[in-house]
Design a protein around this ligand. Structure first.
Ligand code: SAM
Length: 276
């Protein structure tokens, strides 16, 4: 059986990852205890659990799936292999939405909600907003519902494809981080992405199919003055701006991420024409 110190050294893992896996395997084990009591011996069950996690990590499984959690906008979201692991870039979408709409009453929808990271965060950050969320995957929606409940967010969840389950509802904000990776992009076969649901990553086409569908449907689903905001790939800014302009949206612009790359494109349904 392993001591805490031996467990941390047993596998060629970054120390932070080894520590997080150890803390996941040993309920209630604090960082302070690991430092103060390195000779503490793990039970057989704890050792076996830690070794299994460490071996899965060495085989490439994402840390977030192994420990079942990822932080987004300062809150812990439960994640399973049924959902995309929320990314820091997506926090820009939340910040942009909050900045453009302000906190007053608004009808909001998150298309392709996955873990619920966007919808739940918006509902908590702007309590006056009525937030709905859609996903095609029933498994993803189960995770999102659990996150909303655990974090105390009031979100109405719907299963279906993009606008289809929303009846005739119209919105002040349509937010989406859809699958936008090209079907033949090499990233699909690399790193953490290999373990994420393919339907969360790629449209199985040129990467713009879902963005086309979401942008195309937006004018009839936005209230006058309402916003469409989508996340997209670093090289898709010009194409997404063109899609937005082609559907008649105004105030179209792309917001950069922290790396200075095109990441979020926004557009607004014009207010009704001024009287002549
Ligand atoms: C890139 S993930 C985004 C997840 C989450 N919003 C986030 O930002 O972390 C895209 C999500 O879209 C969902 N999706 C894919 N095709 C869809 C469709 N036709 N209609 C609704 N959701 C869809 C996937 O199941 C996945 O949860």
């Amino acid at each position: 059986m392993l001591t805490l110190d031996a467990a941390l050294r047993h596998y060629p893992l970054p120390r932070l990852e080894a520590r997080m896996l150890l803390q996941h395997a040993v309920a209630g084990l604090s960082h302070a205890r690991i430092i103060a009591d390195p000779d503490l011996t793990l039970s057989e069950t704890q050792s076996a659990c830690f070794c299994a996690l460490a071996e899965r990590r060495l085989a490439g499984e994402p840390m977030a799936y192994l420990i079942g959690e990822r932080e987004f906008f300062g809150r812990p979201f439960r994640v399973t292999p049924a959902v995309l692991i929320p990314r820091p870039e997506t926090e820009h979408l939340v910040e942009t939405a909050l900045a453009r709409l302000g906190g007053g009453p608004a009808q909001v929808v998150d298309l392709g909600t996955g873990s619920g990271a966007i919808a739940v965060t918006l509902a908590l950050e702007a309590p006056a907003w009525r937030v709905s969320a859609v996903d095609l995957s029933a498994e993803a929606l189960a995770v999102a519902c659990g996150n909303a409940e655990a974090l105390g967010a009031d979100v109405a969840f719907h299963q279906g494809s993009w606008y289809a389950p929303l009846a005739e509802a119209c919105f002040d904000l349509i937010a989406s981080n859809p699958p936008y990776i090209r079907h033949d992009d090499h990233h699909l076969g690399e790193g953490d992405v290999r373990f994420e649901p393919r339907m969360a990553l790629t449209d199985e086409a040129d990467g713009l199919d879902c963005l086309r569908e979401i942008a195309g449907g937006a004018p009839s689903r936005l209230r006058p003055g309402g916003w469409l905001m989508v996340e997209h790939g670093y090289d898709q800014g010009p194409a997404v701006r063109e899609l937005f302009l082609a559907t008649g949206l105004s105030e179209v612009e792309t917001v950069l991420d922290l790396a200075g790359l095109d990441r979020i494109t926004v557009g607004r349904k014009p207010l009704a024409d001024a009287a002549p």
